[in-house]
Design a protein around this ligand. Sequence first.
Ligand code: SF4
Length: 642
Amino acid sequence: MATSYSGYMGKVLELDLTTRTAKEYPWTDEDRRLYIGGKIMAAKILDGMLTGHEDALSAENPVVISTGPLTGTGAPCSSRFNISALSPQTGIVASSNCGGTFGYHLKKAGLDALVIRGACETRSWISIENGEVEFHDAEADGVWGLRVTPAQERIEELLVQKWGARRAFGQLVIGPAGENLVLYAGVTSDERAAGRTGLGAVLGFKNVKGIAVFGNHEITVADPVRNAAWNKRFFKTLREHPLTGKQMPRMGTPGLVSPMQMRGMLATRNFSAGRFDAFDKVSGETLAEEANVANRGCVSCPIRCSRTVELDGQLVKGPELETLGLLSANIENDDLNVVLRLNHALNELGMDTISCAGTLAWAMEANERGLWECGLSFGSAQELEGIIEDIAYRRGIGADLADGSKRLARKYGGEEFAIQSKGLELSAYEPRRAVGMGLGYAVSNRGGCHLNGGYLVIMEGLGLFCDPQTPKAKADMTMMFQDLMEATAAAGQCLFSTYVFFPSMLITRPRGLVTTVVNKAAPHVGWALRAINKFPRAVHMHMPILPHTRSFEYATGMKMKMGDFMRSGERGYTLERYISQRFGISAKDDTLPKRLTDTPQDPADPTTKVPLDELKQTYYEARGWTPDGRPKVSTLQKLKIV
Ligand code: SF4
């Protein structure tokens, strides 16, 4: 269905794996205006397909792989694509975002998105060339069973044989973990992963080992001159910003280990503490000095946050902050080399590092408390490489561990220290020292995710320092950040590009007068944030803190001021919740383990726990949801969802 907007390719392909047929999925310009792309577009498509009775691991679970209008337009950090489906971890709609090469090449193949239904009868991999689909036998081709790097190499080899020449193309694959239905298996493209929520297991259930895309369509923009000039400026802004131009290139996300330690936010010993005595052995500084040999980045990204380290004479992807923290402090491992080995093993087996590490921490504590004699204990990380392998192949205790901490705790007890929300393990930020982040983890549509939860920790100590213990204004901030990040991801840009929301001077002068005033004032401006959240169209302009909207307008030709952007994000966020309601989600599911809500991190300071009930109610009010956490009809109507 052609489009009058640039940036979009104007075609969505619906693929039925059961019948091996493909047809165009109807997607109109009105849909593009309301559900701009990426995960918001995916939510709208899933809304029309999910009734509330489907299982994640079933042929009835549709998978939507979508790009944003900025993907491949030359905008900074715009190589992203999204995968949405029911998650086997949470049982509800989940999305996972990825860099790599797939999104760009999907658009070159002439497609904005793929809608995948049914399941392949036999183990397969799929190639799509300029919209034409071909199914291949993954076993006969020697692709099934491979880890993610050899699998991608083998697919490339097969395509080169077919084409008789090497061509630029994109692909995504699952590893052995996805094949064996590990509930937190991810999907990998190049060396980047759509790691969270177990969507690798969904593809594994469907017998899809990988998808390769190729094409020679042109990705056009509406105003090439202004688009190029604006993107040049946007790149410059990112290069000059202290977070995206200095800290991230120098240390990547692991640069946050030290500030988290300082603030008591570094999850330690299965979130029983916020500081790790040996943190300096595993900090971003140590990683940069002792292990990092190069920086890598996604296409069109000036930040290049990815670390490359040497392991057994090979150059491999280094850990992100969440992996580093959860495989060190949270399991009391102070050996950086062990972290690098475990990270590499998890990546190659195609598993979410966060959920796996969180599950291992739960198992260590359960073992020490005598609930589950699995032989794992804090401080003994050397043996974990074999355990991780067992998880990927569901062998021995790996078969249990492959189901994640929520299910394990139901089976053996210990729910109060299963550090997850809705079945998804939390990232490495200890929320008792950042209560807004605690709210975000609890209400996040995809479960315990820092990004989907609004990433308020950046306001509460890692960028600014707005009283991390007060609940004041946190609900409204959470909503605002969630919506802005939702729209940024849907447009096709990396969430790290949103660091420029924070003017440089606030970061470089943490004790300066302006920063001090902002920090002190922030908890008292909830009313103002509420007004903006309620009437975002009042911000009918481009704002310097959000260069994304001009990139959007110049690329697509669609009007997109800051208020429109926020409303798009709100629509997407609310729509995901609306769908998940059909699967029984309500306020009772927006929870955290008791360790985080009932036990102060510092026994002498009762504020060092998450006052979740209070935060949740203000959050629901801000969102126009009922006290039971359901979007009101008036809210759905306002957002044109119904
Ligand atoms: S900041 Fe990192 S994850 Fe984001 S686009 Fe750049 S390299 Fe990729």
